[in-house]
Design a protein around this ligand. Structure first.
Ligand code: GDP
Length: 458
């Protein structure tokens, strides 16, 4: 069991509210509480575990009554952190809450760092790293579907799948070891075909998990839609029409300026995030290459590209330039805008081989066809039953892809007739990467980094 000092923090958001909760965790949690919490005829040490207790917070220096509170007592290891935990339910609001916290800190606890409670739950072995990260995801979830998927990860569904592959690897390594160490026991030996077969089976399981990432990311961050096109084709008009019809579900993300493109809009239950492709508009100026590179990477970053065209005009070189840089692996919808004007048939015919939608952004006609197209591509909505596991964390995805590469490389090694111990190196590398996901082989720096991004009091 990991042992350290006793920590405390306000676990509820700051501001005015009916109740605030101050959480204390560590071996001194009950002693600290005892000094400032007075009950009739008993102390927090006397009461049973898992009880809620009525009393008063007192400043021990002056005996002043600070607040009337309810105090929950949870004993190690049956608590969030697997340590002794106290939660003080005091009255909400800045003044009382910070006063109670100050008393807790004056009487033996230290202020917790961001994510430190969850980190202790992890270090004490109550949850693995995937579950710890799922807690953060659950708190930050913008849609019901993503909250459900985070809850599945918190329950351990994703960890279970990864542990299954880890167990397969360990089994295989044991058999490889016999093959290497005791070549005389022929009947125990793994043949090259058997090795490839085992690796392919594990690789297949990995691929299945990796393939959930796109949907997971859409649920977490929203499906990313880039609206591109040369100046004056009606991109802003279209964006406004899409945003006005659908209420924004997130307007203010910490650390970002408030900007229309930072808003996540709810289109039929699908969280949609619009990507700013301002760079495209400058594509033909002198800093051309930088502008184009930036735009291309933004297009690469999107799930759907709405390519906006002024259908009342002939196509020109600027339109052609944009057509040339459309990535092939994305869902591209050509939005033929300004259909309320006289249309240029040549322009319309030029997109015969594309998925097109005819609209008038100005008259707000056809907008629902774009919404339906986005919805159909996302294939998720907020009432979706998220039964299966979903990978939505880029850290997990990269490690899974890395493990998959190790498997591929191992197979190549076998095919090229190399020694089995070289294959073993790749398989071990894959095992280590999977262990990094769940936390066994994760470096301290990365663990610190992960928990630093948690909110205070969590
Ligand atoms: P952007 O530069 O691509 O963002 O284009 P804007 O959205 O600023 O629109 C450029 C001009 O085209 C504005 O004067 C709009 O009012 C006009 N416009 C946009 N959409 C339509 C449309 O569907 N029909 C008509 N007739 N004009 C439009």
């Amino acid at each position: 069991m990991f042992k350290e000092d006793t920590i405390a923090a306000i676990a509820t958001p700051s501001g005015y509210g009916g109740v605030s909760i101050i959480r204390i965790s560590g071996s001194e949690a009950f002693d600290v509480t005892d000094k400032i919490f007075k009950m009739k005829n008993k102390t927090i040490h006397d009461v049973n575990k898992n009880t809620i207790n009525y009393g008063h917070i007192i400043d021990p220096k002056t005996n002043e009554v600070v607040d009337e509170v309810l105090v929950s007592k949870m004993c190690a290891p049956h608590s969030f952190t697997a340590e002794d935990v106290i939660e003080i339910n005091c009255h909400g609001g800045m003044s009382v809450t910070s006063r109670v916290l100050a008393l807790v800190l004056e009487n033996g606890a230290r202020l917790a760092e961001a994510g430190e409670f969850t980190k202790r739950a992890f270090l004490n072995g109550r949850i693995d790293l995937v579950q710890a990260e799922a807690i953060s995801d659950l708190i930050m979830a913008k849609t019901n579907s993503f909250a459900k998927s985070a809850m599945n990860s918190l329950k351990g569904d994703l960890s279970e799948k990864i542990d299954e592959i880890k167990a397969d690897i360990t089994n295989m390594l044991a058999r490889l070891e016999v093959t290497i160490q005791y070549p005389e026991y022929d009947e125990e030996d793994l043949t090259d075909n058997e090795i490839v077969d085992l690796i392919e089976k594990m690789s297949f399981k990995l691929k299945k998990i990796i393939s959930t990432f796109e949907k997971g990311e859409i649920l977490k961050e929203g499906i990313k839609v880039a609206i591109i096109g040369k100046p004056n084709v009606g991109k802003s008009q279209l964006l406004n029409a899409l945003i006005n019809e659908n209420k924004a579900i997130v307007t203010d993300e910490a650390g970002t300026t408030r900007d229309i493109v930072d808003e996540v809009v709810n289109i039929k239950g699908v969280p949609v995030k619009f990507i700013d492709t301002a760079g495209i508009r400058n594509a033909d100026n002198k800093v051309e290459q930088i502008g184009i590179d930036k735009s291309i990477s933004m297009l690469e970053d999107s799930n759907i590209i709405l390519f906006c065209i002024d259908s009342s005009r002939a196509l020109d070189s600027e339109d052609i330039e944009i057509i040339k840089m459309l990535p092939e692996n994305k869902d591209i919808i050509v939005v033929l805008n300004k259909m309320d004007l006289d249309v240029n048939n040549e322009t319309i015919n030029a997109f015969e081989n594309y998925k097109t939608i005819e609209i008038s952004a100005l008259k707000q006609e056809g907008i629902e066809k774009i919404e339906k197209a986005i919805y159909d591509i996302a294939k998720v909505n907020d009432n979706d039953e998220v039964g299966e596991i979903l990978v939505s964390n880029v850290r997990h995805k990269n490690l899974l892809l890395g493990a998959k590469e190790d498997f591929d490389h191992a197979i190549e090694m076998v095919h090229s007739g190399l020694e089995v111990d070289l294959v073993e190196i790749d398989i071990n590398a894959a095992l280590s990467k999977l262990g990094e996901i769940t936390g066994e082989t994760t470096s301290e720096d990365i663990i610190d980094e992960i928990f630093k991004n948690f909110c205070l009091g969590k």
